[in-house]
Design a protein around this ligand. Structure first.
Ligand code: ZN
Length: 199
C-alpha cells in the first residue's frame, strides 16, 4: 500500500481540533490500519512522532518513538542535556496531558509538517499522559525530557497547534544551512547570537 504524504503547514486539517475516537472503535480493522500507516510514515520520514492530522485524518491519535538510530548523531553530552532517552513505540488515543512541576527547557524542535526548518521552543520538562492504548485500554504514564517534549508537540497537533505558534521566532532557521551550526552550540550562546532575550 502506498504511504500517504505528510500534510504541510497551510493545510486546514493541521489547524482543526481532532475528534476523539470512540473507544469501541479502537480495535476495529480501520483503526488498526490507521495506526499501522502512521507508524510506517513516521519511521520512513524518519521522525520521532506523528499525529493523525499530519496524514490528513482529523482523529485524536498519536504515535511516538525514539531509538538509537534517530539519536545517533548526538554526543553523550547532547543526549544528557536534552534528556533524550530511548522511547519504545507508544500509541495513544485521545491523549490528555498534565504538566508535572514547573521546570521548563528550551531546545530546537522541528516538525514533519514544516519541512526544512527548526526553531527553539520552550516546553515543560515533565508531563503525565493519560489516554487509551492501541487495544483501547486506559493507561497513564509520566515522562521527562525529550519524550515529554515529543508528547507535548504531538498533542499540540491534536489541538490545531504547530510548534511555530510557540517558537522563539528569532531562532527560526533553515535546516540545510544552519542546523549543524546551532545544534552544536549551547542554547544560551545560540540565544545570544540570534539576539533572543535571556531569562
Ligand atoms: Zn509536528
Amino acid at each position: 500500500m502506498q504511504k500517504p504524504a505528510i500534510v504541510q503547514a497551510g493545510n486546514v486539517v493541521l489547524r482543526a481540533r481532532a475528534s476523539e475516537v470512540d473507544p469501541k472503535h479502537i480495535t476495529s480493522a480501520n483503526m488498526r490500519q490507521l495506526v499501522r500507516i502512521m507508524v510506517d510514515v513516521m519511521r520512513a520520514a524518519p521522525g520521532v512522532g506523528l499525529a493523525a492530522p499530519q496524514i490528513g485524518v482529523g482523529l485524536s491519535v498519536i504515535v511516538i518513538e525514539d531509538n538509537e538510530q534517530r539519536m545517533a548523531k548526538l554526543t553523550k553530552e547532547q543526549r544528557a542535556e536534552r534528556g533524550r532517552t530511548l522511547l519504545p513505540l507508544m500509541v495513544v488515543f485521545n491523549p490528555k496531558l498534565q504538566v508535572l512541576g514547573d521546570e521548563k527547557a528550551t531546545y530546537f524542535e522541528g516538525c514533519l509538517s514544516v519541512q526544512g526548518y527548526m526553531a527553539l521552543v520552550e516546553r515543560h520538562v515533565a508531563v503525565e499522559v493519560t489516554g487509551l492504548d492501541a487495544d483501547g485500554k486506559p493507561f497513564q504514564k509520566q515522562m521527562r525530557g525529550w519524550p515529554a517534549r515529543i508528547l507535548q508537540h504531538e498533542v499540540d497537533h491534536l489541538h490545531g497547534m504547530l510548534y511555530i505558534d510557540r517558537m522563539m521566532s528569532r531562532s527560526f532557521c533553515c535546516n540545510d544551512d544552519m542546523a549543524a551550526k546551532w545544534l552544536d552550540m549551547p542554547i544560551d550562546d545560540v540565544k545570544r547570537a540570534l539576539g533572543i532575550e535571556q531569562d
